[in-house]
Design a protein around this ligand. Structure first.
Ligand SMILES: [Zn+2]
Length: 198
């Protein structure tokens, strides 16, 4: 079994596009149409401290965990923590709580801050917990499958282990989304495929 924890503190990474657009279109709420998911999302309506940009393409969905601390961390707490990092705000597009509630993070249409060098073409989903030491709840896995199914339809993504990945598949300096969640991903991808065919 991999032993990703305890890990030394990681250096703070800047939010990639903070203060620099890289030629991206700024996100203008009300003007830019945001796709609507087929599953229930708890809206959070966060204030972002910096400009957000429209993501030009969506090819991959990256799965994360909160990691430290463990337990049922809210999207609000993550938003505060990421603002403290000098980011515009929460870097994930969704947070899935332990009761299965899916909370909105960044608007789906915008570039996230969750997978360094890969944000430009990916959506980030974070499950609350530390899955090096905890197990994701059944409700979390069920909500994850529903959300992924909806996102695959919206973006015409064929579900596979190339399109639905763990953070550690994108950035090798992390153990995220934790061993216990990472081991569930093949099952999750199969379920997304099955439901897509029905
Ligand atoms: Zn992560």
């Amino acid at each position: 079994m991999r032993t990703a924890w305890p890990r030394p503190p990681q250096p703070k990474k800047p939010e990639e596009f903070n203060g620099w657009s890289g030629g991206l279109q700024p996100y203008v709420p009300g003007r830019d149409r945001v796709p609507v998911e087929e599953c229930e999302i708890e809206e959070t309506d966060f204030f972002f401290a910096g400009m957000l940009f429209v993501r030009p393409t969506t090819e991959v969905i990256v799965i994360h965990h909160v990691g430290v601390p463990d337990g049922d961390t809210s999207a609000e707490r993550i938003h505060s923590a990421h603002i403290y990092n000098d980011w515009a705000g929460i870097g994930y597009h969704y947070v899935i709580r332990q009761d299965g509630t899916i909370q909105r993070g960044r608007p789906l249409i915008t570039v996230g801050a969750h997978s360094y060098m890969h944000n430009i073409y990916s959506v980030g989903i974070c499950l609350s917990g530390n899955f090096e030491v905890e197990m994701p709840t059944d409700a979390q896995i069920e909500s994850l499958i529903e959300l992924l199914s909806s996102l695959c339809r919206i973006y015409s993504i064929a579900p596979s282990d190339h399109t639905i990945v763990g953070h550690l598949d994108m950035n090798r300096d992390t153990g995220c989304p934790g061993y216990n969640l990472y081991m569930e991903l093949p099952y999750v991808i199969d379920e997304v495929k099955n439901r897509r065919n029905n």
